[in-house]
Design a protein around this ligand. Structure first.
Ligand code: NAD
Length: 293
């Protein structure tokens, strides 16, 4: 069993850290919100007063932070240059590819091993230990990280070198954002054309329009039992989170001159939805904005 420093015990990090505790690891947790640290302690974790305290004596450091700036700050100020050579660093936050590669390069230069390992699966997946991890980093670092990721997830995929986990995450979520809008548009048009949405679902869920946004997360209620549309769009995955990922995709596509016209349009529509006060609503709620348009 390992000593793990876990920094960032929010909606995702806390249940992930709990699963590591349950698996028998010593988890030294730190979050800027003390209540989150106390929640981990109540479940068998060890309290750390600072990020530096969390990584003291740890063989593995795991972070689950909001964005690239937080990751750069935490690794720059409290991890790299402090932990001994050979320490394994796993960043599970969803951040920009550039920050992920810059932090990994600093880590490697300091004799550390690092992978970026963003997740999909949401809060429910974090609690159940069924997350999907998309991992970027050298083969040897991936091999070391895999047993820890298996405690927190079900599907672990090595996406290539440093930053490729983040690249996979934003490419996947760009597909999801675009396809949710496509499904929302089609079902709204069906309603206006007098086509029963249940009939459209029966056809399209088996035909060439089939996609995850429709069959697992249908924005029209009554068609997919587990979909947030059945619970008045309680998240799930918030529209703000989708906007964050689409903005990361927009920035990345600009940096590498990739043409992503639909990705940009999806970001624009989610920006409108979030700015109209719907940031905390599930991202499938965008159908409401399209209905009213
Ligand atoms: P969250 O805001 O609930 O948690 C982030 C935590 O980090 C907070 O508790 C905050 O206090 C803490 N924090 C911020 N700066 C810190 C610092 N310098 N030192 C220590 N703690 C600090 O967010 P979340 O929902 O847990 O998401 C975390 C990451 O996972 C994000 O990058 C998000 O995009 C990604 N993600 C979230 C979901 C989801 O469904 N919530 C799904 C997939 C990926």
């Amino acid at each position: 069993m390992a000593t793990i420093g876990f920094i960032g015990l929010g909606n995702m990090g806390l249940p992930m850290a709990r699963n590591l505790v349950k698996a028998g690891h010593r988890v030294q947790g730190f979050d800027m919100a003390d209540a989150q640290v106390q929640a981990l302690v109540a479940d068998g974790g060890v309290e750390a007063d600072t990020a530096a305290g969390a990584v003291d004596g740890a063989e593995v450091v795991i972070t689950m932070l909001p964005a690239g700036e937080h990751v750069r700050t935490v690794y720059g100020e409290s991890v790299i240059g402090r932990v001994p050579a050979g320490t394994l660093l796993i960043d599970c936050s969803t951040i920009d590819v550039e920050s992920a590669r810059a932090v990994a390069a600093d880590a490697v230069a300091a004799g550390l091993e690092m992978v970026d390992a963003p997740v999909s699966g949401g809060i429910a997946g974090a609690a159940a230990g069924t997350l999907t991890f998309m991992v970027g980093g050298p083969d040897a670092s991936f091999a070391r990280a895999e047993p820890f990721l298996q405690v927190m997830g079900k599907t672990i995929v090595h996406a290539g070198g440093a930053g490729n986990g983040q690249a996979a995450k934003i490419c996947n979520n760009m597909i999801l954002g675009i396809s949710m809008i496509a499904v929302s548009e089609a079902f709204t048009m069906a309603e206006k054309l007098g086509l029963d949405t249940a009939r459209l679902f029966a056809i399209s869920s088996k035909a060439s329009g089939q996609c995850w946004a429709m069959t697992n997360y249908c924005p029209v209620p009554g068609l997919v039992e587990a979909a947030p549309s059945n619970r008045n769009f309680t998240p799930g995955f918030t529209a703000s989170m989708m906007l964050k990922d689409l903005t990361l995709a927009e920035d990345a596509s600009e940096a590498v001159h990739a043409a992503t016209p639909l990705g940009r349009e999806a970001a624009r529509l989610y920006r409108d939805y979030v700015e109209s006060g719907h940031g905390a609503v599930d991202f499938s709620g965008i159908i409401q904005m399209l209905r009213e348009a």
